[in-house]
Write a protein that binds this ligand. Structure first.
Ligand code: AMP
Ligand code: MG
Length: 335
């Protein structure tokens, strides 16, 4: 990664820290609160738990580490690397389950979400590029992007010429795993923040948790809106997260598999709120491409709510949410 790439990554780390601070800012000092922050999965993760012990907290962090080893495309011998080595691969039952969910959301989003997008992700190399690739290169990479070619039979995955990247869904999936693990340990309250992919488990002591939705392209930590939730996950995809500017245009990390180019539809960010974080993660990526109408329709199929921020600055929320625009920063709650 070049210097710019590191600067952007550093900024996203600061954002993650901000979100955690915001989440905890309205707390009374609570007893038995434990927290661990680590750099992994290409970002900063923080797990905060109440009413449990260090061993349980460490177990949650270990689970993140071991999941990353299985799902990362840059870890040799991970399930993803094995699939990308162009031969049928045997993966864990968990990975097969995740891939099946990814394919289901590909189908429902009419290919907007497509984990076989890796050749385009590598071509665009958003952290290091300063100008777009040639049209011919985009067309060539597009040729091998098609989720329908990826075949899953039990735990055997046959790539059929595709290469996969789980960057649009893995963090949500791991957040779900951590939540489930904590529940098995009897934990009733926790906040899992995997680089801004947030799950709040249980009830806030007094009211609802506050999760800041980053204002696109503003100083990191500046909220466009505050989401008030309990027992939910909130996942944001934004075009401001990783991008370069060329000839007055923004080229970012979410690629429309129909065109081979970063989505360019006036949507700056989408936050998806629901119970399942893997679903929310994939949906936020898909919604960023599909736009307000298509995105809200898709999210509805998963009983998920959405918050869209448009390039005009307008904030649109789905039917199940209320937005109160009276304060300096709008607040968003469930109806
Ligand atoms: P997110 O930040 O969750 O929206 O995920 C963005 C990441 O998902 C990118 O950095 C890529 O690794 C990957 N990605 C980009 N475009 C797509 C797409 N259309 N479908 C699935 N994954 C994608
Ligand atoms: Mg995503």
């Amino acid at each position: 990664m070049n210097k710019r790439g590191y600067m952007k990554r550093y900024a996203s780390i600061l954002l993650s820290i901000f979100m955690i601070m915001l989440l905890c800012s309205c707390e009374k000092p609570a007893e038995n609160k434990l927290s661990s922050t680590q750099v992994m999965m290409d970002t900063v993760i923080t797990v905060t738990v109440w009413g449990t012990d260090e061993e349980t907290l460490n177990g949650a962090i270990e689970l993140c580490k071991s999941s990353e080893q299985i799902l990362s495309r840059t870890v040799a011998q991970s399930d993803v690397s094995n699939i990308n080595s162009a031969r049928p691969a045997t993966v864990s039952a968990d990975t097969a389950e995740l891939l099946n969910l990814a394919l289901e959301i590909s189908e429902k989003s009419q290919g907007a979400f497509d984990i076989t997008v890796l050749p385009l992700v590598e071509l665009w190399d958003i952290n290091n590029r300063t100008s777009p690739p040639d049209k011919g290169e985009v067309a060539e990479a597009l040729n091998s992007v098609n989720y329908r070619n990826l075949k899953i039979n039990g735990t055997t995955v046959t790539p059929n010429g595709t290469k996969i990247d789980l960057g649009g869904i893995a963090k949500g999936y791991i957040a779900d795993k951590v939540c489930a693990y904590l529940k098995t340990k009897g934990v009733e309250r926790a906040i899992i923040n995997l680089g801004g992919n947030v799950c709040v488990l249980g009830q806030h002591t007094e009211k609802l948790y506050s999760v800041g939705i980053q204002k696109p392209f503003a100083l990191h930590g500046e909220s466009a809106a505050i989401l008030k939730i309990n027992n939910k996950t909130a996942v944001t995809s934004g075009i401001y997260e990783r991008y370069f500017e060329y000839d007055g245009r923004i080229y970012h990390h979410i690629i429309d598999p129909k065109t081979g180019y970063p989505a360019d539809n006036g949507i700056q960010s989408v936050t998806v709120v629901t119970e399942n974080s893997a679903v929310a993660d994939a949906l936020s990526t898909a919604c960023l491409i599909l736009g307000v109408d298509g995105g809200m329709k898709l999210a509805k199929q998963y009983n998920a709510e959405t918050v869209f921020i448009l390039s005009s600055g307008e904030i649109k929320v789905s039917n199940g949410l209320d937005i109160n625009r009276n304060g300096t920063t709008p607040t968003i709650t469930y109806k």
